[in-house]
Design a protein around this ligand. Sequence first.
Ligand code: DC
Length: 222
Amino acid sequence: MEGVITIDGPAGSGKSTVSILLAKQLGFFYLDTGAMYRAVALQAEREGVGPEDGEALGDLCRNLELRFEEGETGLQLYLEEDDISSAIRSPEMDMLSSTVSAVGEVREAMTELQRKMGSRGRVVAEGRDMGTVVFPNAIHKFFLTASTRVRAERRYRERIERGENVPLTEVEEDLIKRDEQDSTRNIAPLRPAGDAIIIDTDTMNIEQVIQTIHDAVRMKSL
Ligand code: DC
């Protein structure tokens, strides 16, 4: 699959920052699939649909009018006319998006939508199952990882910058719980594709990670 770069990995592995920058440098569309699962969680909460009701969640997903739009502060996510970019980033949505993303009906609908959004190519697709399930034929696949402590520290800093007052231990516990949920679910669990390049970002800065990806992409394209 030409023009699709997949970037998967656990929370805090640096994949969002890297994907956004990489997409910008290449002039590719950035497909933030985590934001899409977060939108499902937000809408489920607004409509009072519980994670146990697969059928209702499936209906909700099929009726979801989602679109990404370039805004002043980057890519914004709209649910119909509502800019939900901030609302989906709460700690509550961290957990609820992980929970609803384990539901078969949700994955089925989202996978279809993500493939549609990526079908024109020239896309950096970021998530948990981009290389394994959604775009298994992508030529360029990456899996970013880092130790739990480093990932928790990154998330902790983000939340402090947002003005939240939260202990690092709590951030770390939430992260471990979410990783566990994302990697042990039955459908499309978080794991690297067999042909993905694994990048351990523990001791790397963003520029080094991006450079590693550019080098790998160039090598395969030669
Ligand atoms: O990347 P993120 O933290 O915004 O993702 C939120 C949740 O969505 C994550 O905990 C698991 C789920 N997710 C998924 O199951 N598959 C994806 N491709 C992307 C996210």
